[in-house]
Each structure stands twice: as structure tokens, then as C-alpha cells.
Design a protein around this ligand. Sequence first.
Ligand SMILES: [Zn+2]
Length: 417
Amino acid sequence: MKRAFPFSRTLTVLLAMALIAVLVGAAAMQALAQGDDPASTAEPEVTAAAPEAATEAASDVTWTVNEMTFQSNYPTGFTFTIDLTSSAAPIARGRVVWTHAVGTNSQRSQSAELDPETGKLVADWVVQGGDAVPPWVGITYTWQITDEDGNAFESEPEYVEYEDTTREWLRVESEDVIVFTEGLSAEVGPLTVDAMAEQRETYRQAWGDLLPYKPRAILFGDQDAWLEWRKGLQNPRVIGTTDEHWGATVQIIYGGDMEDLAYGTVPHEIGHLYQGQFTIMTPGSWFIEGNATFFELHQQYDYEASVREMAAAGNLPALLDGTGPGVSGNNARRGYDIGYTFWRWFVDNYGLDGHRELIELLDQGISRNEALQTVTGLSLQEIESRWRTWLGASPIPPTLFPTPTMFFFPTVTPYGK
Ligand SMILES: [Zn+2]
């Protein structure tokens, strides 16, 4: 999901903020020292492509794998090969099945060709149209192979990455995240690691668990590098994409607010990965963007204060009746900020456990308004007026609930991911 464009950034940096940044920076450098160890990866282990034998329990066939290889052809795709034999018959066909995020339902596959000269199976995945994937996504794959007698073989999962060796990337990995940066200050990775550690228990409590995979933040500083991977997706206005099928957020950063990137953008975007994994929310709504904004640890300005000003001026729109404020176009930030205050108010009153109860109801397909009423035990009108009163607005929204009977017939909206 696209993140809103960076708007005005706070010009004044509070002394306290600067102190925090210094402390955080120091902690993050330690994290780099620990997290940078290539052996510390928690992803499925990469096994060497050494010969191995596997015997299918259901038959007497012995499959012998002589060699398996993976090659990244970034930015155009990747190639898998396998050299194996079946004791029963020649190899008939095979395919590779892979996921970028283990624990999600997202799978892709590529059928293989049998190379007549070498006898190897070769599966070549080439980027087409809009299906490009960014560099440095993880790829956990298995081979599924059949011999001419119909015997089937499936290899153990292997883990590799879609490497971009044409540029200088920095990689920092921790318990919470894998960060790749290109064309950015070396501090960005460690700062992001620190931000994600700080949010770990908040995510866990709000969603009921951590993501089943380790999310990736792939952060570009260079426009050419950014445009290169997005073959067929050349809308230059897009400055970031987060996709649960990749288990990753990719962002290009203009300007140099590293703190906002690490503590604001990444936790927000990882929030979208949690939404995709754990619940159903309407894309492009104040509700989903306000929720992701709730997970930011750094704000470009004081969002709550901005909405309080709106409330004091009598400009706070109706929220729960209808679609509420939009989150695109010139007033995009307004929808994000208003949505943020709603989630802030909700969690202040019902806790992160209330957040979890709410997203569980949404995940069952229950509408937003019904779920809110269930968790709070309040009518929609009462929820909206309490939120408004908390912001210093008049309790009655401008156009909400034209007749009292409306309270009992909340609009049922079809929700989709
Ligand atoms: Zn967002």
C-alpha cells in the first residue's frame, strides 16, 4: 500500500527528541554489531547443494540429488536448476514452487525444462508485466518432480535471496526485521532494527502474535535503482509499496529524514503487513491508514494536535457513518491523522487487547461498525461522540445519524483485503 507523500516536516527539533536520537543511535550501533553476523539468520537454513539421497516411503524408488542451484538474474528474474535421478525411470517433468513469506498462503511456481545436453531440469522465472518483485526478497522453494513411471519427488525447502549484486547494498538483520539499504546513510539499518525491537511487544499484543515470517524493509536512496526493479510499474509518483506476498516493504526516500524513515515509515508499513496477515480491513480507508499510523514511533508533526485544531475549529468530519475522510489526493494526511486519533482513542480506552479483539472480529468478516460496537459495548453514536469529546469537539458530528433509527441499522459494507 502506498504511503502518503511526505508532507511538511517539523522544522523544530525538540531537544528531547535529539537526546532520544543520540541514545537510540548508540543502542542501534550495538544492534548492528550483533545483528550483522551473517550466521545469525533465523530464516530456514540454507543447505549446501551437496549430493543427497531421499527415499520415497511409498515405493522402492531412490531419488538422488546431485546438484541444486539458484541464480538471481536481478532485475529480470531468477533461475533454478536441479540435477537428479530416479532409480526407477528417467525424469519426466518438474516444477519449482516458492514463497517469499513463509507462513502466508502466497505461492508461485515455474515449470522446468529438461536440458537435453546436461539432463538437468531448469526452471527460469522471468519478470513479466506487473509481477516484478523487489531485490532482496527471500525465496523459500521446493522442487516437485515426476519420473516417467509416475513416481513423485519433492525436495526439502531451500532458502535463498533475490540478490542484486550490481549495487552496493547494506544488510542488517535482527530478531524482528531484515533491512536492506542502498544509497542511504549506514545508520538507517541499525535505526530501523532499533525501532522494530521497540515495537515488538506492541505488535504482538495488538495482533495476538508476531508475523510468521521476518519482515523485510528494502530501502532505496537512488532513483535509478528504484525504477529498475519496477519493470512495467513505472508510475513515478509511487514512492513505496508494501506487499504481504513479498513479506516486505520497499520505499524510496527523498530528502534525508532518516529518523522518520526508521521510526515512522517502516513501523507503519510493517503495520500493513500485520493487517494483511491477521485481519480484513478496507484498503484506502482512514481506518486502515489510521491503524498503520498508530504503529509509528516517529511523527512528521504532531498528528493528534493537528486533529485537535480541526476539532476546535468545528471541522471534524463524521467518521463512522459512511466512508469518513479520504486518504488520497491533496487532503490525504487529514484522513491519516483523523484515523490515527480514532485508533489512539480506541486503544487508550480498550487497550491493545481491545485492538486484538477488534481485528479478530474483522477477520471473521464482521463489519467495522459491528465489531466496534461489540468490543466497546456502545452504540455507534456513543463511540463517535466519545471520540469527538476526547478531541475537544462538539459531541454531535455534522452529518452523522440523521434519524435515531439509523443507530440500529449499521451499514453493512462488503470488506475485502
Ligand atoms: Zn499506509
